[in-house]
Design a protein around this ligand. Structure first.
Ligand code: NAP
Length: 486
Protein backbone atom coordinates (compact mmCIF):
# COMPACT_ATOMS: atom_id res chain seq x y z
CA UNK A 1 0.00 0.00 0.00
CA UNK A 2 1.18 3.52 -0.77
CA UNK A 3 3.20 5.00 2.06
CA UNK A 4 3.62 8.46 0.53
CA UNK A 5 1.82 11.32 2.28
CA UNK A 6 -1.18 12.46 0.26
CA UNK A 7 -1.84 16.11 -0.37
CA UNK A 8 -5.14 17.83 -1.09
CA UNK A 9 -8.18 15.59 -1.22
CA UNK A 10 -11.92 15.98 -1.34
CA UNK A 11 -12.68 13.59 1.52
CA UNK A 12 -10.71 11.99 4.36
CA UNK A 13 -12.42 9.11 6.15
CA UNK A 14 -11.20 7.96 9.51
CA UNK A 15 -11.64 4.24 10.07
CA UNK A 16 -11.98 1.20 7.80
CA UNK A 17 -14.80 -0.46 9.70
CA UNK A 18 -18.37 -0.94 8.49
CA UNK A 19 -19.28 2.75 8.39
CA UNK A 20 -15.99 3.94 6.88
CA UNK A 21 -16.23 1.33 4.13
CA UNK A 22 -19.88 2.21 3.43
CA UNK A 23 -18.89 5.88 3.16
CA UNK A 24 -16.08 5.03 0.75
CA UNK A 25 -18.31 2.84 -1.44
CA UNK A 26 -21.02 5.47 -1.68
CA UNK A 27 -18.52 8.23 -2.45
CA UNK A 28 -17.31 6.18 -5.36
CA UNK A 29 -20.82 5.54 -6.54
CA UNK A 30 -21.43 9.28 -6.42
CA UNK A 31 -18.41 9.79 -8.67
CA UNK A 32 -16.19 11.23 -5.92
CA UNK A 33 -12.94 9.30 -6.21
CA UNK A 34 -10.65 11.79 -4.56
CA UNK A 35 -10.71 10.31 -1.04
CA UNK A 36 -8.60 8.41 1.45
CA UNK A 37 -9.50 6.00 4.26
CA UNK A 38 -7.11 6.25 7.20
CA UNK A 39 -7.07 3.25 9.51
CA UNK A 40 -4.96 3.02 12.65
CA UNK A 41 -5.01 -0.80 12.75
CA UNK A 42 -2.99 -3.09 10.54
CA UNK A 43 -6.06 -4.51 8.82
CA UNK A 44 -9.53 -3.78 7.53
CA UNK A 45 -12.66 -4.28 9.60
CA UNK A 46 -12.74 -1.83 12.51
CA UNK A 47 -14.37 -3.54 15.46
CA UNK A 48 -14.24 -6.87 13.59
CA UNK A 49 -10.50 -6.54 13.14
CA UNK A 50 -9.99 -5.61 16.79
CA UNK A 51 -12.43 -8.04 18.43
CA UNK A 52 -11.06 -11.44 17.55
CA UNK A 53 -11.33 -13.11 20.92
CA UNK A 54 -12.42 -16.76 20.83
CA UNK A 55 -16.15 -17.00 20.19
CA UNK A 56 -16.56 -13.45 18.80
CA UNK A 57 -19.80 -13.25 16.82
CA UNK A 58 -22.46 -10.75 15.92
CA UNK A 59 -25.79 -11.04 17.70
CA UNK A 60 -27.87 -9.74 14.80
CA UNK A 61 -28.98 -12.16 12.04
CA UNK A 62 -26.47 -12.00 9.19
CA UNK A 63 -28.94 -10.99 6.43
CA UNK A 64 -29.58 -7.80 8.42
CA UNK A 65 -25.88 -7.48 9.13
CA UNK A 66 -25.14 -7.06 5.42
CA UNK A 67 -25.51 -3.82 3.49
CA UNK A 68 -28.65 -3.52 1.38
CA UNK A 69 -26.42 -3.12 -1.69
CA UNK A 70 -24.16 -6.07 -0.83
CA UNK A 71 -25.98 -9.27 0.20
CA UNK A 72 -23.57 -11.99 1.20
CA UNK A 73 -24.09 -15.53 -0.09
CA UNK A 74 -21.16 -16.76 1.99
CA UNK A 75 -22.65 -16.59 5.50
CA UNK A 76 -22.41 -20.03 7.07
CA UNK A 77 -24.69 -19.33 10.04
CA UNK A 78 -27.53 -17.01 10.92
CA UNK A 79 -25.18 -15.39 13.45
CA UNK A 80 -21.89 -14.77 11.69
CA UNK A 81 -18.58 -14.95 13.52
CA UNK A 82 -15.92 -12.25 13.53
CA UNK A 83 -13.80 -13.98 10.85
CA UNK A 84 -16.72 -14.25 8.42
CA UNK A 85 -17.64 -10.63 8.94
CA UNK A 86 -14.09 -9.47 8.44
CA UNK A 87 -13.94 -11.57 5.25
CA UNK A 88 -17.17 -9.87 4.08
CA UNK A 89 -15.56 -6.48 4.68
CA UNK A 90 -12.41 -7.56 2.86
CA UNK A 91 -14.51 -8.65 -0.12
CA UNK A 92 -16.31 -5.29 -0.15
CA UNK A 93 -12.93 -3.59 -0.35
CA UNK A 94 -11.84 -5.78 -3.25
CA UNK A 95 -15.13 -5.71 -5.16
CA UNK A 96 -15.35 -1.92 -4.95
CA UNK A 97 -11.68 -1.31 -5.71
CA UNK A 98 -11.11 0.51 -2.41
CA UNK A 99 -7.64 -0.83 -1.74
CA UNK A 100 -5.75 2.05 -3.39
CA UNK A 101 -7.66 4.48 -1.15
CA UNK A 102 -6.90 2.76 2.15
CA UNK A 103 -3.87 3.63 4.29
CA UNK A 104 -3.44 1.07 7.07
CA UNK A 105 -1.54 1.66 10.28
CA UNK A 106 -2.12 5.42 10.11
CA UNK A 107 -3.63 7.37 12.97
CA UNK A 108 -4.66 10.99 12.70
CA UNK A 109 -3.39 12.93 15.70
CA UNK A 110 -4.62 16.41 14.86
CA UNK A 111 -7.30 17.90 12.63
CA UNK A 112 -7.96 21.61 12.32
CA UNK A 113 -10.48 23.42 10.13
CA UNK A 114 -9.09 26.18 7.95
CA UNK A 115 -12.16 28.39 7.50
CA UNK A 116 -10.48 30.57 4.90
CA UNK A 117 -9.80 27.64 2.60
CA UNK A 118 -12.79 25.58 3.72
CA UNK A 119 -10.55 22.58 4.34
CA UNK A 120 -9.59 20.23 7.12
CA UNK A 121 -5.86 20.01 7.71
CA UNK A 122 -4.84 16.66 9.19
CA UNK A 123 -1.61 15.60 10.82
CA UNK A 124 -0.86 11.88 10.98
CA UNK A 125 1.18 9.94 13.51
CA UNK A 126 4.01 9.37 11.02
CA UNK A 127 4.49 13.12 10.74
CA UNK A 128 2.85 13.42 7.31
CA UNK A 129 0.02 15.82 6.60
CA UNK A 130 -2.90 16.09 4.26
CA UNK A 131 -5.85 18.31 3.67
CA UNK A 132 -9.38 17.39 2.75
CA UNK A 133 -12.49 19.44 2.13
CA UNK A 134 -14.62 17.00 4.10
CA UNK A 135 -13.59 14.98 7.16
CA UNK A 136 -15.68 11.93 8.07
CA UNK A 137 -14.97 10.29 11.44
CA UNK A 138 -16.10 6.70 11.17
CA UNK A 139 -14.44 5.41 14.31
CA UNK A 140 -17.62 4.10 15.94
CA UNK A 141 -18.32 4.04 19.67
CA UNK A 142 -16.49 0.76 20.41
CA UNK A 143 -12.98 1.43 19.23
CA UNK A 144 -11.06 2.28 22.40
CA UNK A 145 -10.74 -0.62 24.89
CA UNK A 146 -11.36 0.24 28.52
CA UNK A 147 -9.10 -1.39 31.09
CA UNK A 148 -10.65 -1.73 34.53
CA UNK A 149 -9.64 0.77 37.15
CA UNK A 150 -8.48 -1.88 39.65
CA UNK A 151 -5.53 -1.49 42.00
CA UNK A 152 -2.55 -3.66 41.13
CA UNK A 153 -3.49 -4.49 37.52
CA UNK A 154 0.01 -3.57 36.37
CA UNK A 155 1.52 -5.90 39.00
CA UNK A 156 -0.01 -9.04 37.50
CA UNK A 157 2.78 -11.40 36.37
CA UNK A 158 0.63 -13.79 34.35
CA UNK A 159 -0.81 -13.21 30.89
CA UNK A 160 -2.96 -10.05 30.87
CA UNK A 161 -5.41 -9.71 27.98
CA UNK A 162 -8.25 -7.48 26.85
CA UNK A 163 -11.09 -8.98 24.83
CA UNK A 164 -10.84 -6.17 22.26
CA UNK A 165 -7.09 -6.64 21.64
CA UNK A 166 -6.79 -10.40 21.49
CA UNK A 167 -3.35 -11.63 20.38
CA UNK A 168 -3.62 -14.22 17.60
CA UNK A 169 -1.23 -16.55 19.45
CA UNK A 170 -2.96 -16.46 22.87
CA UNK A 171 -3.35 -20.00 24.16
CA UNK A 172 -5.27 -20.41 27.38
CA UNK A 173 -5.63 -24.19 27.27
CA UNK A 174 -4.51 -25.83 30.49
CA UNK A 175 -4.21 -22.48 32.28
CA UNK A 176 -6.01 -21.05 35.28
CA UNK A 177 -7.93 -18.19 33.66
CA UNK A 178 -9.81 -15.31 35.26
CA UNK A 179 -12.32 -13.20 33.32
CA UNK A 180 -13.40 -9.78 34.58
CA UNK A 181 -16.74 -8.68 33.14
CA UNK A 182 -20.01 -10.28 32.17
CA UNK A 183 -21.11 -8.24 29.13
CA UNK A 184 -21.58 -9.42 25.52
CA UNK A 185 -17.85 -10.01 25.00
CA UNK A 186 -17.43 -12.11 28.16
CA UNK A 187 -20.60 -14.08 27.41
CA UNK A 188 -19.06 -15.11 24.08
CA UNK A 189 -15.50 -15.78 25.16
CA UNK A 190 -16.27 -17.63 28.42
CA UNK A 191 -17.92 -20.64 26.68
CA UNK A 192 -15.09 -20.68 24.12
CA UNK A 193 -12.38 -20.81 26.79
CA UNK A 194 -14.08 -22.89 29.50
CA UNK A 195 -13.77 -26.39 27.98
CA UNK A 196 -9.96 -26.31 27.75
CA UNK A 197 -8.95 -24.09 30.68
CA UNK A 198 -7.52 -25.82 33.75
CA UNK A 199 -9.83 -23.60 35.76
CA UNK A 200 -12.03 -20.67 34.73
CA UNK A 201 -13.09 -18.01 37.22
CA UNK A 202 -15.56 -15.34 36.14
CA UNK A 203 -15.59 -12.18 38.24
CA UNK A 204 -19.09 -10.73 38.01
CA UNK A 205 -19.95 -7.25 39.22
CA UNK A 206 -23.43 -7.19 37.68
CA UNK A 207 -25.47 -10.11 36.30
CA UNK A 208 -27.02 -9.57 32.89
CA UNK A 209 -30.22 -10.51 31.11
CA UNK A 210 -29.65 -13.32 28.65
CA UNK A 211 -31.98 -14.46 25.90
CA UNK A 212 -31.60 -17.65 23.84
CA UNK A 213 -29.68 -17.34 20.62
CA UNK A 214 -31.78 -18.78 17.80
CA UNK A 215 -28.92 -19.73 15.53
CA UNK A 216 -28.98 -22.08 12.59
CA UNK A 217 -26.54 -23.25 9.95
CA UNK A 218 -27.03 -21.83 6.44
CA UNK A 219 -26.97 -24.65 3.90
CA UNK A 220 -26.36 -24.76 0.17
CA UNK A 221 -29.96 -23.78 -0.54
CA UNK A 222 -29.73 -20.65 1.63
CA UNK A 223 -26.53 -19.67 -0.11
CA UNK A 224 -27.95 -20.31 -3.58
CA UNK A 225 -31.09 -18.32 -2.78
CA UNK A 226 -29.07 -15.41 -1.41
CA UNK A 227 -27.44 -15.06 -4.82
CA UNK A 228 -30.88 -14.11 -6.18
CA UNK A 229 -31.26 -10.37 -5.48
CA UNK A 230 -35.05 -10.44 -4.84
CA UNK A 231 -34.64 -13.26 -2.27
CA UNK A 232 -31.73 -11.52 -0.57
CA UNK A 233 -33.70 -8.28 -0.34
CA UNK A 234 -36.79 -10.06 0.99
CA UNK A 235 -34.85 -12.06 3.61
CA UNK A 236 -33.09 -8.90 4.79
CA UNK A 237 -36.31 -6.94 4.96
CA UNK A 238 -38.06 -9.74 6.88
CA UNK A 239 -35.34 -9.67 9.54
CA UNK A 240 -35.36 -5.88 9.67
CA UNK A 241 -39.09 -5.89 10.38
CA UNK A 242 -38.85 -8.68 12.94
CA UNK A 243 -36.03 -6.95 14.79
CA UNK A 244 -38.03 -3.73 14.74
CA UNK A 245 -40.82 -5.51 16.65
CA UNK A 246 -38.23 -6.21 19.35
CA UNK A 247 -37.88 -2.46 19.94
CA UNK A 248 -41.18 -2.64 21.84
CA UNK A 249 -39.38 -4.78 24.40
CA UNK A 250 -37.69 -1.64 25.76
CA UNK A 251 -41.02 0.01 26.65
CA UNK A 252 -42.63 -0.72 29.99
CA UNK A 253 -46.02 -2.44 29.94
CA UNK A 254 -45.72 -3.88 26.44
CA UNK A 255 -46.44 -7.47 25.47
CA UNK A 256 -42.98 -7.70 23.84
CA UNK A 257 -41.39 -6.69 27.14
CA UNK A 258 -43.35 -9.28 29.14
CA UNK A 259 -42.46 -11.98 26.61
CA UNK A 260 -38.77 -11.11 26.58
CA UNK A 261 -38.50 -10.92 30.38
CA UNK A 262 -40.30 -14.25 30.81
CA UNK A 263 -38.19 -15.91 28.13
CA UNK A 264 -34.99 -14.72 29.82
CA UNK A 265 -36.17 -15.96 33.24
CA UNK A 266 -37.15 -19.34 31.77
CA UNK A 267 -33.80 -19.57 29.96
CA UNK A 268 -31.98 -19.11 33.29
CA UNK A 269 -34.24 -21.64 35.04
CA UNK A 270 -33.72 -24.21 32.28
CA UNK A 271 -29.97 -23.86 32.07
CA UNK A 272 -28.97 -23.38 35.72
CA UNK A 273 -30.16 -26.10 38.05
CA UNK A 274 -28.52 -24.79 41.24
CA UNK A 275 -30.90 -22.26 42.87
CA UNK A 276 -28.05 -20.46 44.66
CA UNK A 277 -26.11 -19.95 41.42
CA UNK A 278 -29.34 -18.94 39.68
CA UNK A 279 -29.98 -16.28 42.32
CA UNK A 280 -26.51 -14.82 41.78
CA UNK A 281 -27.13 -14.73 38.02
CA UNK A 282 -30.48 -12.95 38.31
CA UNK A 283 -30.32 -9.28 37.26
CA UNK A 284 -31.63 -6.63 39.61
CA UNK A 285 -32.26 -4.01 36.93
CA UNK A 286 -34.93 -4.00 34.19
CA UNK A 287 -34.27 -5.97 31.00
CA UNK A 288 -32.83 -3.85 28.21
CA UNK A 289 -31.17 -1.27 30.46
CA UNK A 290 -27.79 -2.78 29.64
CA UNK A 291 -27.27 -4.44 26.30
CA UNK A 292 -29.21 -7.75 26.21
CA UNK A 293 -27.01 -10.81 25.73
CA UNK A 294 -27.95 -13.65 23.38
CA UNK A 295 -26.33 -16.94 24.38
CA UNK A 296 -27.13 -20.63 24.65
CA UNK A 297 -23.86 -21.64 26.25
CA UNK A 298 -22.77 -18.98 28.76
CA UNK A 299 -24.77 -20.35 31.70
CA UNK A 300 -23.74 -23.89 30.79
CA UNK A 301 -20.06 -22.89 30.73
CA UNK A 302 -20.41 -21.49 34.25
CA UNK A 303 -21.88 -24.75 35.45
CA UNK A 304 -18.92 -26.83 34.20
CA UNK A 305 -16.99 -28.57 37.02
CA UNK A 306 -13.84 -26.52 36.42
CA UNK A 307 -15.68 -23.15 36.23
CA UNK A 308 -16.57 -20.78 39.03
CA UNK A 309 -18.53 -17.56 39.39
CA UNK A 310 -17.19 -15.05 41.88
CA UNK A 311 -19.52 -12.27 42.95
CA UNK A 312 -17.48 -10.89 45.84
CA UNK A 313 -16.13 -7.50 44.69
CA UNK A 314 -12.57 -7.43 43.40
CA UNK A 315 -10.28 -5.72 45.89
CA UNK A 316 -7.03 -5.83 43.95
CA UNK A 317 -5.09 -7.61 41.28
CA UNK A 318 -1.91 -9.12 42.71
CA UNK A 319 1.20 -10.57 41.09
CA UNK A 320 -0.36 -14.02 41.24
CA UNK A 321 -4.06 -13.39 40.63
CA UNK A 322 -7.06 -11.54 42.03
CA UNK A 323 -7.92 -10.79 45.65
CA UNK A 324 -11.60 -10.34 46.43
CA UNK A 325 -13.24 -8.43 49.27
CA UNK A 326 -14.05 -11.70 51.10
CA UNK A 327 -10.28 -12.15 51.57
CA UNK A 328 -10.00 -14.91 48.97
CA UNK A 329 -6.87 -15.04 46.74
CA UNK A 330 -7.71 -16.45 43.29
CA UNK A 331 -4.50 -17.73 41.75
CA UNK A 332 -4.39 -17.22 37.99
CA UNK A 333 -2.08 -17.80 35.04
CA UNK A 334 -4.06 -15.49 32.76
CA UNK A 335 -6.43 -12.60 33.39
CA UNK A 336 -8.86 -11.52 30.67
CA UNK A 337 -10.40 -8.08 30.96
CA UNK A 338 -13.71 -8.19 29.09
CA UNK A 339 -14.37 -4.75 30.46
CA UNK A 340 -15.67 -2.99 27.37
CA UNK A 341 -14.84 0.32 25.75
CA UNK A 342 -14.23 3.95 26.52
CA UNK A 343 -17.39 5.22 24.87
CA UNK A 344 -17.53 8.55 26.70
CA UNK A 345 -14.51 9.89 24.80
CA UNK A 346 -14.91 8.29 21.37
CA UNK A 347 -12.35 10.51 19.61
CA UNK A 348 -9.88 10.97 22.46
CA UNK A 349 -6.29 10.92 21.27
CA UNK A 350 -7.21 13.08 18.31
CA UNK A 351 -7.34 16.86 18.69
CA UNK A 352 -10.09 18.26 16.47
CA UNK A 353 -10.30 22.05 16.20
CA UNK A 354 -13.25 23.78 14.56
CA UNK A 355 -14.28 27.40 14.07
CA UNK A 356 -12.82 30.01 16.44
CA UNK A 357 -10.21 27.57 17.77
CA UNK A 358 -12.79 25.54 19.68
CA UNK A 359 -11.79 21.90 20.14
CA UNK A 360 -14.24 19.03 20.01
CA UNK A 361 -13.24 18.16 23.59
CA UNK A 362 -14.37 21.65 24.63
CA UNK A 363 -17.61 21.37 22.65
CA UNK A 364 -18.20 18.03 24.34
CA UNK A 365 -17.31 19.11 27.88
CA UNK A 366 -20.73 17.84 29.01
CA UNK A 367 -20.38 14.63 26.99
CA UNK A 368 -20.57 13.75 23.30
CA UNK A 369 -23.57 15.01 21.33
CA UNK A 370 -24.30 15.76 17.70
CA UNK A 371 -27.22 16.70 15.49
CA UNK A 372 -28.83 13.35 14.70
CA UNK A 373 -25.50 11.83 15.73
CA UNK A 374 -23.91 13.30 12.60
CA UNK A 375 -22.83 16.93 12.78
CA UNK A 376 -21.62 19.33 15.47
CA UNK A 377 -22.18 23.12 15.53
CA UNK A 378 -18.91 25.00 15.04
CA UNK A 379 -17.33 22.12 13.11
CA UNK A 380 -18.04 22.68 9.40
CA UNK A 381 -17.54 19.87 6.90
CA UNK A 382 -17.04 17.42 9.78
CA UNK A 383 -19.27 14.37 9.84
CA UNK A 384 -19.54 11.52 12.31
CA UNK A 385 -20.96 8.13 11.44
CA UNK A 386 -22.30 6.04 14.32
CA UNK A 387 -21.91 9.19 16.39
CA UNK A 388 -23.59 10.06 19.71
CA UNK A 389 -27.07 8.63 20.34
CA UNK A 390 -27.10 6.41 17.28
CA UNK A 391 -26.41 3.12 19.05
CA UNK A 392 -29.11 0.51 19.01
CA UNK A 393 -29.96 -2.35 21.33
CA UNK A 394 -32.51 -4.11 19.17
CA UNK A 395 -31.34 -4.15 15.58
CA UNK A 396 -28.46 -3.98 13.13
CA UNK A 397 -26.23 -0.95 13.29
CA UNK A 398 -25.88 -1.17 9.50
CA UNK A 399 -29.45 0.07 9.22
CA UNK A 400 -28.24 3.29 10.81
CA UNK A 401 -25.05 3.55 8.79
CA UNK A 402 -26.68 3.59 5.34
CA UNK A 403 -28.95 6.61 5.92
CA UNK A 404 -26.12 8.40 7.74
CA UNK A 405 -23.92 8.02 4.70
CA UNK A 406 -26.76 9.25 2.47
CA UNK A 407 -27.08 12.33 4.71
CA UNK A 408 -23.36 13.07 4.59
CA UNK A 409 -23.28 12.70 0.81
CA UNK A 410 -26.25 15.03 0.40
CA UNK A 411 -24.47 17.67 2.49
CA UNK A 412 -21.28 17.30 0.43
CA UNK A 413 -23.23 17.53 -2.82
CA UNK A 414 -24.91 20.71 -1.65
CA UNK A 415 -21.60 22.42 -0.88
CA UNK A 416 -20.24 21.40 -4.26
CA UNK A 417 -23.41 22.29 -6.17
CA UNK A 418 -23.74 25.72 -4.59
CA UNK A 419 -20.04 26.44 -4.96
CA UNK A 420 -19.61 27.07 -1.22
CA UNK A 421 -16.69 26.33 1.08
CA UNK A 422 -18.47 24.67 3.94
CA UNK A 423 -21.65 23.45 5.56
CA UNK A 424 -22.36 23.41 9.29
CA UNK A 425 -25.37 22.51 11.42
CA UNK A 426 -27.20 25.45 13.01
CA UNK A 427 -26.58 25.64 16.76
CA UNK A 428 -30.25 26.28 17.56
CA UNK A 429 -31.44 23.34 15.46
CA UNK A 430 -28.92 21.04 17.14
CA UNK A 431 -29.83 22.30 20.63
CA UNK A 432 -33.56 21.75 20.04
CA UNK A 433 -33.02 18.25 18.67
CA UNK A 434 -30.66 17.30 21.51
CA UNK A 435 -33.01 18.65 24.20
CA UNK A 436 -35.96 16.71 22.74
CA UNK A 437 -33.84 13.57 22.61
CA UNK A 438 -32.66 13.89 26.20
CA UNK A 439 -36.22 14.56 27.35
CA UNK A 440 -37.32 11.40 25.64
CA UNK A 441 -34.51 9.39 27.20
CA UNK A 442 -35.25 10.63 30.73
CA UNK A 443 -37.11 7.90 32.58
CA UNK A 444 -36.52 5.41 29.75
CA UNK A 445 -35.34 1.87 30.49
CA UNK A 446 -31.73 2.96 29.87
CA UNK A 447 -31.90 5.38 32.82
CA UNK A 448 -32.28 2.59 35.40
CA UNK A 449 -28.72 1.28 35.56
CA UNK A 450 -25.14 2.13 34.62
CA UNK A 451 -23.87 1.04 31.22
CA UNK A 452 -21.69 2.17 28.33
CA UNK A 453 -24.74 4.08 27.08
CA UNK A 454 -24.37 6.63 29.93
CA UNK A 455 -21.66 8.91 31.27
CA UNK A 456 -20.66 9.47 34.89
CA UNK A 457 -23.45 12.05 35.32
CA UNK A 458 -26.06 9.63 34.08
CA UNK A 459 -26.58 11.37 30.74
CA UNK A 460 -27.51 8.83 28.05
CA UNK A 461 -25.30 9.75 25.14
CA UNK A 462 -24.97 6.55 23.16
CA UNK A 463 -28.36 5.09 22.34
CA UNK A 464 -31.14 6.07 19.95
CA UNK A 465 -34.39 5.76 21.86
CA UNK A 466 -36.78 5.11 19.00
CA UNK A 467 -37.53 2.77 16.17
CA UNK A 468 -35.07 2.41 13.32
CA UNK A 469 -37.61 3.63 10.78
CA UNK A 470 -37.93 6.89 12.68
CA UNK A 471 -34.19 7.49 12.59
CA UNK A 472 -33.93 6.59 8.92
CA UNK A 473 -36.71 9.01 8.04
CA UNK A 474 -35.13 11.85 10.04
CA UNK A 475 -31.67 11.33 8.60
CA UNK A 476 -31.76 10.07 5.03
CA UNK A 477 -32.50 13.46 3.48
CA UNK A 478 -31.02 16.40 5.38
CA UNK A 479 -33.39 19.24 6.20
CA UNK A 480 -31.86 22.14 4.22
CA UNK A 481 -32.96 24.58 6.93
CA UNK A 482 -30.93 22.72 9.57
CA UNK A 483 -27.66 23.73 7.93
CA UNK A 484 -25.82 26.95 7.16
CA UNK A 485 -23.33 27.33 4.35
CA UNK A 486 -20.22 29.45 4.31
P1 NAP B 1 -19.57 -4.03 28.40
O1 NAP B 1 -20.90 -4.42 27.95
O2 NAP B 1 -19.30 -2.61 28.70
O3 NAP B 1 -19.24 -4.93 29.67
C1 NAP B 1 -18.13 -4.69 30.47
C2 NAP B 1 -18.18 -5.63 31.65
O4 NAP B 1 -17.04 -5.41 32.45
C3 NAP B 1 -19.39 -5.42 32.54
O5 NAP B 1 -19.84 -6.66 33.02
C4 NAP B 1 -18.83 -4.56 33.67
O6 NAP B 1 -19.54 -4.67 34.87
C5 NAP B 1 -17.46 -5.17 33.80
N1 NAP B 1 -16.49 -4.28 34.42
C6 NAP B 1 -15.99 -3.12 33.92
N2 NAP B 1 -15.14 -2.58 34.79
C7 NAP B 1 -15.09 -3.42 35.86
C8 NAP B 1 -14.39 -3.40 37.09
N3 NAP B 1 -13.55 -2.40 37.40
N4 NAP B 1 -14.60 -4.42 37.96
C9 NAP B 1 -15.44 -5.43 37.66
N5 NAP B 1 -16.14 -5.50 36.51
C10 NAP B 1 -15.96 -4.50 35.63
O7 NAP B 1 -18.43 -4.48 27.34
P2 NAP B 1 -18.48 -5.65 26.25
O8 NAP B 1 -18.93 -6.91 26.83
O9 NAP B 1 -17.16 -5.61 25.57
O10 NAP B 1 -19.59 -5.16 25.26
C11 NAP B 1 -19.65 -3.82 24.81
C12 NAP B 1 -20.59 -3.72 23.67
O11 NAP B 1 -19.96 -4.24 22.50
C13 NAP B 1 -21.85 -4.53 23.80
O12 NAP B 1 -22.81 -3.95 24.60
C14 NAP B 1 -22.28 -4.64 22.37
O13 NAP B 1 -22.91 -3.48 21.94
C15 NAP B 1 -20.94 -4.80 21.68
N6 NAP B 1 -20.64 -6.22 21.49
C16 NAP B 1 -21.46 -6.90 20.68
C17 NAP B 1 -21.28 -8.22 20.50
C18 NAP B 1 -22.21 -8.93 19.60
O14 NAP B 1 -22.53 -10.05 19.80
N7 NAP B 1 -22.70 -8.26 18.59
C19 NAP B 1 -20.27 -8.90 21.15
C20 NAP B 1 -19.43 -8.19 21.99
C21 NAP B 1 -19.63 -6.83 22.16
P3 NAP B 1 -20.79 -3.69 35.19
O15 NAP B 1 -21.92 -4.17 34.33
O16 NAP B 1 -21.02 -3.85 36.63
O17 NAP B 1 -20.33 -2.30 34.80
Amino acid sequence: MDSQPVADLEVAILGAGMSGLCMAIQLQRAGIRDFVVLEKSAGIGGTWWDNRYPGAQVDVPAPAYSFSFAPNPHWTHRFADAHEIQAYQQRLVEQHGLLPHIRLGRAVVEAGFDAEAGRWRLRLDDGSALSARFFVCSTGPLSRPRWPDIAGLAEFRGHLLHSARWPADADLAGRRVGVIGTGSSAAQLVPAIAPTAARLTVFQRTPNWILPRLDRRYGRLDRWLTRLPPYAALARQAWVQLLELGRRGFDEGTLARRLMTRTAAAHLRRQVADPALRARLTPTYPLGCKRIIYSNDYYRALALPRSGLVTAPIQAVTAGGVRTADGHEHELDALVCATGFDTVRPLAGLRITGLGGQTLDQAWHAGPSAYLGLTVPGFPNLFLTLGPNTGTGHTSTLLFIEPQVAHVLACMRRVRREGRRWIVVRADVFAAQDAALQQRLAGSVWSHCSSWYRDGNGRIFAIWPGFTAEYVKAVRRPDPAAYELG
